[in-house]
Design a protein around this ligand. Structure first.
Ligand SMILES: [Zn+2]
Length: 70
């Protein structure tokens, strides 16, 4: 996996709106991709087990915002 610290936190748009942290309102995030065919997929028992979710981790509080590409 690529080094998590190689990038700078950035602003991202989701559904045409600037993404802001649900917890603290911060607007800079670290982006990560996460395969869902691991523990999460097993936990949720869903059929999108081979999808890759987009994860945006708040640079301020660390809250992870998950999005499934459609
Ligand atoms: Zn936050």
């Amino acid at each position: 996996m690529a080094s998590f610290n190689a990038e700078e936190p950035k602003q991202y748009e989701v559904a045409g709106r600037l993404l802001k942290c649900l917890v603290c309102g911060h607007d800079h995030f670290w982006r990560r991709g996460a395969q869902l065919n691991t523990a999460a997929a097993t936990f949720f028992n869903m059929d999108w087990t081979n999808e890759t979710a987009n994860c945006f981790v708040c640079d301020n509080c660390g809250y992870i915002h998950w999005f499934l590409p459609k």
